[in-house]
Design a protein around this ligand. Structure first.
Ligand SMILES: *[C@@H]1O[C@H](CO)[C@@H](O)[C@H](O)[C@H]1NC(C)=O
Ligand SMILES: *[C@@H]1O[C@H](CO)[C@@H](O)[C@H](O)[C@H]1NC(C)=O
Ligand SMILES: *[C@@H]1O[C@H](CO)[C@@H](O)[C@H](O)[C@H]1NC(C)=O
Length: 251
């Protein structure tokens, strides 16, 4: 199997130039690049639109955030002339890959909270971001699993305050989450270059490309192994034919 290293190298200048280019152009380049890589790397995003629609229209009114819909989703309930922020709570969660199977308790508590909030007119809107399914979006936010992200949404282009609350995955309960409502002092104001709306990286339009790069390099160890094995077996094979090496490469 041949690995198109040249494709990776070719993509790097595109990244560097991304700052000057219109968004659409480098996004297309990236999509193209990823399309070419498609046979070598796993799909970076997974989304089940049917389940997501069920969750959204069901008793929990739970929104499922993806790389494509997160901004529209968060802005959706915000009136153009709103002066009071519209509050969203988003749980960052995962399954075995990003949360080692430890997020179930928090997720269930958050789901139960959502079912209660759905009956209260002024409760936060509720959303879920699964980092197993949406690794790129989690990189865009630089989000770890197991936290509630509290967004205070105002119409564009106002700055957006985001507060984070880390949950104790082994002890968290529904009542505990419900009790967080209105308790800003339990949360930490997000102040980071990765701030999804107002951070430096988002302002430069680099969040998504950078998220892909981070995700990409996270994959490297498993590929590198594959590459090295393939490289060595080929080198060894040709050396063996020359009679230099007798031993097979150990893996
Ligand atoms: C996740 O991990 C649990 C326990 O470690 C295991 O039982 C389960 O099969 C795993 N699920 C997947 C999808 O790998
Ligand atoms: C929470 O609700 C979501 C639907 O939004 C569902 O996919 C998930 O399995 C639920 N989690 C638990 C632990 O019940
Ligand atoms: C979660 O709570 C348990 C029990 O109170 C405690 O032992 C543990 O250290 C807590 N974990 C974190 C990450 O705070």
């Amino acid at each position: 199997m041949r690995f198109p290293v040249s494709a990776v190298v070719a993509a790097l200048p595109a990244l560097a130039a991304a700052q000057e280019n219109p968004l659409a152009q480098y996004q297309a380049q990236f999509q193209n690049f990823l399309g070419n890589m498609g046979s070598y790397i796993p799909n970076p995003g997974r989304h089940d639109p049917v389940a997501a629609l069920e969750a959204k229209t069901g008793a929990m009114k739970m929104h499922t955030l993806t790389l494509d819909n997160w901004k529209d989703t968060l802005y959706e309930p915000v009136a153009k002339d709103a002066t009071e922020p519209v509050e969203w709570w988003v749980l960052t969660t995962g399954r075995n890959k990003t949360c080692f199977g430890h997020c179930g308790r928090a997720e269930q508590a958050f789901n139960e909270t959502a079912a209660k909030f759905a009956l209260q007119p002024n409760a936060p809107h509720m959303g879920m971001l699964n980092c197993d399914d949406q690794p790129i979006l989690c990189n865009v936010w630089s989000a770890g699993v197991g936290s509630i992200w509290d967004f205070e949404m105002l119409p564009e282009p106002a700055a957006i305050n985001i507060y984070k609350k880390r949950l104790n995955l082994t002890t968290v309960t529904t009542d505990e989450i419900i009790a967080l409502q209105g308790k800003k002092d339990e949360f930490t104001l997000l102040d980071s270059v990765f701030h999804p709306f107002d951070g430096k990286i988002a302002e430069l339009g680099l969040s998504v490309p950078l998220a892909y790069v981070i995700w990409f390099f996270n994959l490297v160890p498993s590929w590198a192994t594959m590459l090295v094995i393939s490289f060595f077996s080929r080198t060894m094979m040709s050396r063996r034919m020359e009679g230099t090496y007798g031993a097979r490469p150990r893996q």
